[in-house]
Structure formats: C-alpha cells, structure tokens
Ligand binder design. Structure first.
Ligand code: ATP
Length: 269
C-alpha cells in the first residue's frame, strides 16, 4: 500500500535526517517504526504526510508511493484526500473546543457524507468514552482520553492508512494497553497503520512488521515477532534478552559453586 524507496530527507543544508530509507507497508498491515531519540522516526511520518516544509525540511532523494501514486511532492491536503492521515506526537487536540467539535473538525476531510457518518459510528464503537464526554472541552480530558480523541479525529476522515507518532508517550501502562488494543482493532477493521514508537514492547506486540531506524538509516527490518526475538532488539530496545540473561545467571551460579567447592577442598585438604 505504501512504499518508500531510497528516501533521504534534509532539514536546511546541513542536517540529513533520513538517508536511503526503504520500507513497505502492506495493505491492512501494521508497520512499527522503532528507534531512539533523533533516529528520524517523526521525520519519516512528516515525509509521508507531506508536512516536511512546515519544519523547513524536504525530500532530497528517493520516492514515496501510496497505492501506486507518488505522493512525495504532493500537498498535505491532497495526501489526506488520498487516504493518508497522521496523528502527530503530543496528543494535539483543540483544547477549547468540545469533544464533539473536535470530531466534526476531523470529518471535514472525509470523502463523502456517508463516509463521515460511518466513521462516526466506528468511533462510537471504538471509544465509547468520547460519546459520553461529547459536550466536554477537550482540554479537560485525561491524557489517555485526549490520545483517543486525537486518533478518533483522524479516523473521522476515513483514512486507508493511519500514521501514529508515539501514541503511548507519557501514558500509564494500563492506558498504553488500551491504546494498543485500539490500534489492533483499527487494523482489523481494514485500516493500515504506521506506528512510530519508543515503546518497542508495545509496538512489537501490535505490529506485523517493524523497521528499526538508527541515525536516519534502516538498521534492522523484518516480521515483528522475529525482531522481538532478536538479541540486538532485546538488548537495545527491550532491556536485555530474558533467555540469555537467565543463561548467563545460571552459568555465573555454576562458576560460583565451582569456585566455592575448590575453596572448600583447599581447606579440607
Ligand atoms: P524523537 O523520538 O526524539 O522524536 P525521532 O526519531 O522522531 O526522535 P526526528 O525528530 O525525526 O527523530 O529527528 C531526526 C533528526 O533530524 C535529528 O537529528 C533532529 O535533530 C533533526 N531534526 C528534526 N527536526 C528538525 C528541524 N525542524 N530542523 C532541523 N533538524 C531537525
């Protein structure tokens, strides 16, 4: 559905934030994009959503193709029309507007009135809390509810590909679990997702495929389950490999037992 080939992005003249990135998002798939601070994850989403110029950035090489059409030179509004909608980092809702008004604002990008009303029903099923709080100002919602509203607002334009930038950032573990379930459900309903996350544990549970960016380049890519089991990903992003850690611990215990037996046999002759 979406592919990037040899994608390079620059900010101004000196900063090359992405260099020769290749990736694929299959139709109805979830692609996780992992990487540390400054790896280029948000830059990738800006390139796909056409918003690089707002950040003084530009695609300097390569191409992005969505559903057979190049979109890397398109205006952001046309990219939304084509069916690619982004939820930027930081739960950006219109704080002074009500939940209902936020959702209606999201619906302005819908292709038709029918698409808008079926998107509305979908959001009611996914996020009952937003219906309960329809008349409340968005700024008064909890962090998790604001994240749901930000995702709901994006869904109002009935996207075929949803771009999520760090939806778990700053949320309590229970809320991260809810957001993860919602992403799976959105995907099962037929919307492809690109999920940028620093929370690799959550992202690899939700995604089918993943890429790991390091200083603007793809360092690793493959099926999410394979990456979750890889030692490099475990060590760098998941806080150590449980199995190899257990093995190291048992080897250390064995060595200690061996040393103490030797010490003991020295004393006992
Ligand atoms: P984080 O997880 O911290 O958001 P990231 O992986 O999303 O990091 P990006 O924000 O895409 O990384 O940044 C990639 C590189 O581009 C970094 O070196 C960053 O300093 C640089 N960069 C990002 N935005 C700009 C900008 N508007 N102008 C200049 N350099 C930028």
């Amino acid at each position: 559905m979406l592919s990037a080939r040899g994608l390079s992005v620059r900010y101004g003249r000196s900063v090359e934030a992405l260099s020769g990135v290749d990736l694929e998002v299959p139709a109805d798939g979830v692609l996780a994009v992992l990487g540390g601070n400054g790896a280029g994850k948000s830059t990738l989403l800006r390139a796909v959503s056409g918003t690089l110029p707002l950040h003084r950035g530009a695609v300097s090489a390569g191409e992005i193709v969505f559903d057979g059409e190049r979109i890397d030179r398109l205006d952001p509004a046309l990219i939304v029309r084509a069916g690619v909608v982004a939820v930027p980092e930081g739960r950006q809702v219109f704080a002074r507007m009500t939940v209902e008004e936020n959702l209606r604002a999201g619906g302005l990008g819908a292709r038709s009135a029918e698409a808008r009303s079926s998107a509305r029903e979908r959001i009611e099923r996914l996020f009952p809390v937003l219906t309960e709080r329809a008349g409340q100002r968005a700024g008064l919602l909890s962090g998790g509810e604001q994240q749901m509203l930000a995702i709901g607002r994006a869904l109002m334009s009935d996207p075929r590909l949803l771009l999520l930038d760090e939806p778990s950032l700053g949320l309590a573990p229970q809320m991260v679990g809810r957001i993860a379930r919602v992403i799976r459900e959105i995907h099962e309903q037929g919307t492809a997702v690109v999920l940028v996350e620093q929370n690799a544990t959550m992202a690899l549970q939700v995604a089918d495929h993943a890429v790991v960016l390091e200083v603007g380049r793809v360092a690793l890519s493959g099926p999410a389950a394979e990456l979750a089991a890889s030692d490099d990903v475990q060590r760098l992003y998941l806080g150590g490999h449980a199995e190899s850690q257990a093995q190291a611990e048992s080897e250390e215990a064995e060595a200690r037992a061996h040393r103490s037996t030797r010490t003991l046999s020295r004393w006992t002759g």
